[in-house]
Design a protein around this ligand. Structure first.
Ligand code: NAD
Length: 500
């Protein structure tokens, strides 16, 4: 695709002519699943079926793992000089850049996010690949501080076969966060995209082929979690699972690792992130816009969504009014319209789930301030507008559970201590935000928040240089930065005795 789509009409034209790769990518070939089974992928903004995709299962997983192992042992990639791996990955990044509109379109059609947001994801994905490619030939090993009679080397080596299991909310960006460091480090990678968003991963496979990665080094197995995902997780010949998805599935993966070969398991899981607004913060309108975007961006289908808004009671009513005004400007629209802030909910099951949480919020006594009902159902699309509940308490389901939809729960607090207690009163620990002008308070509160990320006077800030991941039941892994490269390599020591 060479055109540079600008308008909704441009994107619609491209969408009409878009072809889809539907087959699995195994050992350099696009193939049907061995069973011949397929599953449908549907555009949630229209209800129209896009394609039937190969549904892989255990047999395909075994085949791909065998090829991945052979490739790893063969050393064509795993023992290649890092500078050569860098060249190939930078070539892949260039190919992604050249095809970014098509890749963005595929994510938008598949899971309903606005195309402008998908384009932002492509920038993130390409930047991530370039970052790890550029890092890998600049890393040194260590010489241990031993006595003169020995030389102690500390080396980093690739792990082997890595299975990356990813979700649907940022399909290609989450993929890049996993595969970029794993490939840069020299591993063979098998990617299992979500069954709700397989299209961009399969298009990526053709770009990987074009970039010239050796056979078996990168493979894509579309299919369901309980079939091909589980088979990879239970495989005796997969050395590492890198996962982004729900806490519930993350727990299962740890069990599978224990039941099989004790493979390494890195998890990036769910969240119920607190966003704390103190009365001393500046420019309440700007803060309110940020607080609304923190939950409504990507239809609220964001692991770090600022889904719990904690507001100091002295400004609470005034602040909520400003949040409602901001939410009014963030209505869902056609995902192919670059002006749309929100798009469609990913599928019928998630749509029902979000509406069910809203019903529970009302039943449990929270005060519904705006939204709460599906809209535009006649379009065939799954649209839920920004929904805001006030007077939420920790005892309410919507105050505790990850909804993964455009639903904001507002809590009030009177003291800093109460804000910290409320913020930390969750099984999750992915992200937290705080808004204040008091530097002492900022440092005090940041240190006490139980969270992998703390955003001060912003939400979701950070770039490739910053590790990303959670604490508590939000997971144990770190994506992005040098720290994620560490996860995809093992430490080896070599002790050389020196003749004296
Ligand atoms: P999910 O856990 O349902 O699925 C994630 C992936 O796991 C999918 O590819 C799925 O097919 C696979 N899977 C499901 N069951 C499996 C099994 N038994 N064995 C192996 N694989 C299995 O999550 P989702 O609905 O795709 O994504 C939403 C979740 O992802 C939310 O909880 C969200 O917070 C989380 N998420 C976290 C981050 C992060 O960085 N922490 C980022 C994005 C999304």
């Amino acid at each position: 695709m060479n055109a540079q789509p600008q308008t909704r009409a441009d994107w619609q034209t491209l969408a009409q002519s878009q072809a889809f790769e539907t087959r699995a990518y195994i050992n350099d070939d696009f193939v049907a699943s061995q069973s011949g089974e397929t599953f449908e992928t549907i555009n949630p903004a229209t209800g129209v079926r896009l394609a039937n995709i190969a549904s892989c299962d255990q047999a395909d997983a075994e085949l791909a793992v065998n090829h991945a192992r052979r490739a790893f042992e063969g050393g064509e990639w795993s023992r290649l000089a890092p500078i050569e791996r860098k060249r190939t990955l930078l070539c892949l990044a260039d190919l992604m850049e050249a095809n970014k509109h098509e890749l963005a379109l595929l994510d938008t059609l598949d899971m309903g996010k606005p195309v402008s947001s998908s384009l932002g994801d492509m920038a993130g994905a390409i930047g991530c690949l370039r970052h790890h490619a550029e890092t890998i030939d600049k890393l040194y090993g260590e010489v241990a501080p031993t006595g003169e009679d020995a030389l102690g080397l500390v080396l980093r080596e690739p792990i082997g076969v890595v299975a990356s299991i990813v979700p649907w909310n940022f399909p290609l960006m989450m993929t890049a966060w996993k595969i970029a460091p794993a490939l840069a480090a020299g591993n063979s990678v098998i990617l299992k995209p979500s069954e709700k968003s397989p299209l961009s991963a399969l298009r990526l496979a053709s770009l990987v082929k074009e970039a010239g990665l050796p056979s078996g080094v990168f493979q894509v197995l579309p299919g369901f979690g309980h079939t091909v995902g589980k088979a990879l997780a239970l495989s005796m010949d997969v050395d590492c699972l890198s996962f982004t998805g729900s806490t519930q599935v993350g727990k299962q993966l740890m069990q599978y690792a224990g039941q099989s070969n004790l493979k390494k398991v890195y998890l990036e899981c769910g969240g119920k992130s607190p966003n704390i607004v103190f009365a001393d913060c500046k420019n309440l309108d700007a803060v309110a816009r940020n607080a609304a975007a923190a939950i409504f961006r990507n239809q609220g289908e964001v692991c770090i969504a600022g889904s719990r808004l904690l507001v100091e009671n002295s400004i609470r009513e005034d602040f909520i009014e400003r949040v409602l005004a901001a939410a009014e400007t963030m209505q869902p629209g056609d995902p192919l319209d670059p002006e749309s802030f929100m798009g469609a909910i990913v599928d019928e099951a998630q749509y029902r789930r979000v509406l069910d949480y809203i019903r529970q919020g009302v039943e449990e006594g929270a005060r519904l301030r705006v939204g709460g009902e599906a809209i535009d159902a006649e379009s065939g699309g799954l649209f839920i507008p920004p929904t805001v509940f006030d007077s939420v308490t920790q005892g309410m389901t919507i105050g505790r559970e990850e909804i993964f939809g455009p639903v904001l729960a507002v809590f009030g607090f009177d003291t800093e201590e109460e804000a910290i207690r409320l913020a930390n009163d969750t099984v999750y620990g992915l992200a937290a935000g705080l808004w204040s002008q008091d530097i002492d308070r900022i440092m005090r509160v940041s240190r006490r928040l139980q969270s992998g990320q703390v955003y001060v006077n912003n939400w979701a800030g950070g770039d490739q240089t910053m590790p990303f991941g959670g604490v508590k039941q939000s997971g144990n892994g770190r994506d992005k930065s040098y720290h994620s490269l560490e996860e995809y390599s093992d430490l080896k020591t070599v002790w050389v005795s020196l003749a004296t």
